[in-house]
Design a binder for this molecule. Structure first.
Ligand code: FAD
Ligand code: UDP
Length: 391
């Protein structure tokens, strides 16, 4: 009998499996329908021997010391500050938009002191910032919005920015200085030996059994367990009973080139040209030395593996229905980007998983001594027949 069945071996599932096994001494079975651990953060060496991220570029950054310290138990780090350029009007310009972006685009000579006045002169103030269009047009005006955001967003999401929640484009700030880093977080680093190695070390515990190539529905009725952590798409768990919750997918095209360097920056965004949104050259991220180089093109699509929740008011309302059902499902805990329908970065998922663990081990019905759960008193009836969960 396992104490926990963890569905999904991405950050949400792996952090919880690790905490439940190593900190609480519980027996955990973690299953994933993919042939590997790591979820969307999985990385692997391609045929040329270059470390690539199979599900798109993953750059680690966080302001949460707790998250960084927690992950540091399982990996050493390589300091890495990410930089991105957008191809606009035939130039490669810094994104997030900064002082150099404006000067290079318009041939101006503004200083950091002038730029707020420039932005104020072109911005279209909005009475409320409700949509992703409001965020950008309200800050930098229509021309910069159309050159850098409208096309990229339509491609990425299949929606106009005016249909998306403000939080989507608000991920990308506007700067009046020359800082061209994509992120400004306190901790910015890549796992020295890659994400997969980090996950291997996280899950290497005698209390954790790993089952790959397995949809949990194949084993849920035959392998007994007490409680479940579920990190897959929340609508799927409930057989889409309120309708399908939209997730955006991507098609990745990886190419290896016979040159040590393919492009001048780690990522180039293409807001207005091509069907793909961006091109990433992995060696910048990993620091790997190699005579060849591998890159990935990202083509957004509606169908395929679920990668992004799509933040719109309608989808938020549909998710709220699923959340109500999830909250009322005893013995199952929904965690992670797909299960809580949140556009979370890796560090936010780790923080959510750690908070879930703390909540689980502080429950009044669980007796905890020295951070070890010594007796579970969740009534068997809450977990389904024979103390075994069934749906
Ligand atoms: P996932 O990693 O999706 O893991 C869920 C797992 O559950 C999957 O492995 C899936 O196979 C499994 N599963 C689902 N259903 C079942 C089932 N029925 N049975 C068995 N297994 C199941 N974050 C950053 O911080 N920085 C970045 O640069 C960054 N870049 C990104 C780029 C792309 C293209 C994408 C898509 C995401 C990016 N992210 C980034 C976000 C990051 O991937 C997520 O925050 C994180 O991986 C989510 O972890 P998770 O465990 O919630 O979900
Ligand atoms: N975005 C854009 N142009 C850019 C970069 C980002 O329009 O050059 C918008 C787009 O809607 C994107 C969102 O900002 O989906 C968030 O960008 P981020 O780079 O955080 O996306 P992710 O890395 O999560 O795909």
């Amino acid at each position: 009998m396992f104490d926990f069945l963890v569905v999904g071996a991405g950050f949400a599932g792996s952090v919880l499996a690790e905490r439940l096994a190593r900190d609480a001494g519980l027996r955990v079975l973690i299953v994933d329908r993919r042939p590997h651990i790591g979820g969307n953060a999985y990385d692997t060496y391609d045929d040329a021997g270059i470390l690539i991220h199979q599900y798109g570029p993953h750059i680690f950054h966080t302001n949460a010391e707790k998250v960084f310290k927690y992950l540091s138990q399982f990996t050493a780090w390589r300091p890495y500050e990410h930089r991105v350029r957008a191809q606009v009007d035939g130039q490669l310009l810094p994104i997030p938009i900064n002082l150099d972006t404006v000067n290079m685009l318009y041939g101006t000579n503004f200083t950091s002191f002038d730029l707020p006045d420039f932005f104020a002169s072109v911005a279209e103030p909005r009475s409320e910032t409700r949509t992703s269009e409001d965020v950008v047009v309200g800050a930098v005006g229509r021309d910069l919005y159309e050159k850098f955001f409208r096309g990229y967003t339509r491609k990425q999401w299949g929606l106009d920015p005016s249909e998306l929640d403000a939080a989507v484009t608000a991920r990308v700030p506007t700067r009046t200085n020359r800082d061209d880093r994509y992120f400004t977080d306190t901790y910015q680093a890549m796992p020295l030996h890659g994400y997969t190695r980090l996950f291997e070390r996280m899950l290497a515990h005698p209390n954790i059994k790993i089952m790959l190539n397995t949809d949990y529905r194949e084993i849920v009725d035959t392998i007994p367990f007490r409680e479940m952590i579920y990190t897959g798409p929340v609508d799927e768990f409930f057989d889409c009973r309120f309708g399908k919750l939209p997730y955006r997918s991507l098609h990745f095209v990886v190419e290896t080139h016979d040159t040590p360097q393919f492009q001048p920056y780690p990522v180039i965004n293409f807001p207005n040209d091509h069907a793909y949104t961006r091109v990433t050259e992995f060696k910048y991220l990993s620091g790997q030395s190699h005579s060849r180089t591998s890159i990935v093109y990202e083509y957004p699509q509606a169908e395929g593996d679920p990668y992004y929740p799509i933040p719109t008011p309608e989808n938020g309302a549909l998710y709220a229905q699923y959340k109500e059902l999830a909250d009322a499902t005893p013995g199952v805990h929904f965690v992670g980007r797909l299960a809580t329908y949140k556009y979370y970065n890796m560090d936010q998922v780790v923080a959510q998983a750690l908070a879930t663990y703390e909540r689980l081990t502080r429950r009044p019905e669980v007796e905890v001594v020295d951070a070890q759960i010594v007796r579970e008193t969740v009534p068997a009836s809450a977990l389904g027949g024979n103390g075994q969960h069934s749906q």
